[in-house]
Design a protein around this ligand. Sequence first.
Ligand code: ADP
Length: 485
Amino acid sequence: MGRTYNNYYDGAWHPALSGRRFEVTNPATGEQIAMVADSDREDAKQAIDAASRAFAVWSKTHQMERSRVLRKMAQALEQRADEFARILTEEQGKPLREARSEVMMGVASLDWYADEARRINGEIIPGGLPNTRIWLSWHPVGVVGAITPWNFPSSMITRKIAPALAAGCTVVLKPAEQTPLSALLMAELFRNAGLPPGVFNVIACLNPAPVGDEFLNNRAIRKISFTGSTEVGKFLMAGAARQVKLVSLELGGHAPFIVFDDADLDLAVAAASNQKFVNAGQTCICPNRIYVHESVSHAFAEKLAERARMLVPGNGIDDASTIGPLIEPAAVQKVIEHVEDARAKGARVVAGGAVLVANELRNGNFYAPTVLYGITPDMRIASEETFGPVAPIISFSSEEEVIAAANNTLYGLAAYVFTNDISRATRVTDALQAGMIAINSNTLTTGPQGPFGGIKESGMGREGGTAGLYGFLEMKTVSLTVRPE
Ligand code: ADP
């Protein structure tokens, strides 16, 4: 029996008004790790009211003071990084090493936006006449309704709240039902680090619809910041239109990973392995279609399979494991379906290809790191997001052909290009329809300074970087006419 957690808003813990709670389980073991307040519309309303009251003060708090508080939040999280990493691993499953690096990404965001908070400047533009000026100034948009997914239960939150708080906004966050603990505990941690009550509030719920509805209908919420599926993102965007709320959306992806024949093959294999199998393939920037030039695709598949076989699936809390479970049985089912569909249509399984059933992995949430060769466009995996540890390899023969294939998707989040020809790298990145492209590496953004986000049905707006800050600011234009003496 795990611990019991309430909602955290207005600087204090509050049980759900209905008294209900829901269960949070460890995906590696199936064990219950916590019972958490199951919120409804009315809980959301109370948290939004608290955030509105806090906004009146926080939005007027001097930038230097907001900066100082953000820095203290970064320090507080860093000091307890190990403890937060363990909680993250328990609720999400990823290996402890990955969890710690995720928590440290959050520390970096808070620290970076502590600096950005000081630099919200304005502009003066000459008016049309000599005695006129135009002042541009920036103002926090208001209370933000943030909704985050389960795959990065810690860094998705810091990536939203660091710029939001730097801008002077206050936030009500609804974390994913699978992973609410990191969020709730961070809210308390940040309050203790000096963040005033009501500036950052967290409410958890099992059924997201009523809380989501309150976010959309409550006029105090001026912006919805969402990370999750394209389907839910579209629903929120449509709902936000009713009150013309701002939205930023980080949605699904179907990243092409292109390896040309002049590329450093070992470098490309290592990058593909890192980016495909991190978080057991449950990231929106995972390579989903690995296009390899036909002259090297066979060798690439063998080398990638070797790496896949070296991974050690297990409970993330255990130091030896290098790949964790999938989040829940439905996620495993989707992976099974994608692999079986590809196999039936002629793909070759070079590594993995099955649910793992060793004693300690018996709960059925573990899928073997898998490499598939000979993927064709008619297979589901070639167009749908798998969100699991499956690397599908597609052979290609020409640059033109691979660019057309890579862009043949509704998504446009991440892309990867491996080539040692600078002209080709430039041509291909110019042609690829993606918000982020990595050349000869799997690193898309190297830290909080790099904007993150997609185009097409992968979303709108950017998180990270200066662009991330301006997502929480609105411009005001003031025309001044100076009276001639
Ligand atoms: P995934 O498939 O990765 O779980 P979702 O888009 O379903 O992606 O979930 C991402 C986040 O969106 C989660 O916090 C989830 O609770 C939330 N969510 C899902 N449906 C709604 C909704 N109708 N209103 C508000 N939030 C929602």
